[in-house]
Design a protein around this ligand. Structure first.
Ligand code: FES
Length: 109
């Protein structure tokens, strides 16, 4: 299992243990993590799975592909470390991953 911590803006957090091979969005939705909606089911068109990846973990992720980058550019509250959770595949290398969630999801320009 791969442990992931989802931090909220109110200072709280939800920790989930997820199966490898799931995406970060799927792990959140399957475990009822509030703040990750995943409305498009992971096809990179809704941005309701936006997360901020903590600095130490960013280099362990594959770079965002063109579709993800385009969607991220449309997000109002984008900042360094912004990624779409549906594009992050969970592997053992990500065990312990910590991400932060924005105040609200789906704020696109
Ligand atoms: S679930 Fe829609 S963009 Fe990630």
């Amino acid at each position: 299992m791969i442990r992931v911590t989802f931090k909220r803006q109110d200072g709280g957090a939800t920790v989930v243990d997820a199966r490898g091979g799931l995406t970060l969005m799927e792990a959140a939705v399957l475990n009822g993590v509030e703040g990750i909606d995943g409305e498009c089911g992971g096809v990179c068109i809704c941005a309701t799975c936006h997360v901020y990846v903590e600095t130490a973990w960013r280099r362990k992720l594959n770079p965002a592909a063109q579709g993800e980058s385009a969607m991220l550019e449309a997000i109002d509250d984008r900042r360094e470390g912004s990624r779409l959770a549906c594009q992050i595949k969970l592997t053992e290398a990500l065990n312990g991953l910590v991400v932060e969630m924005p105040d609200k999801q789906g704020s696109v320009k």
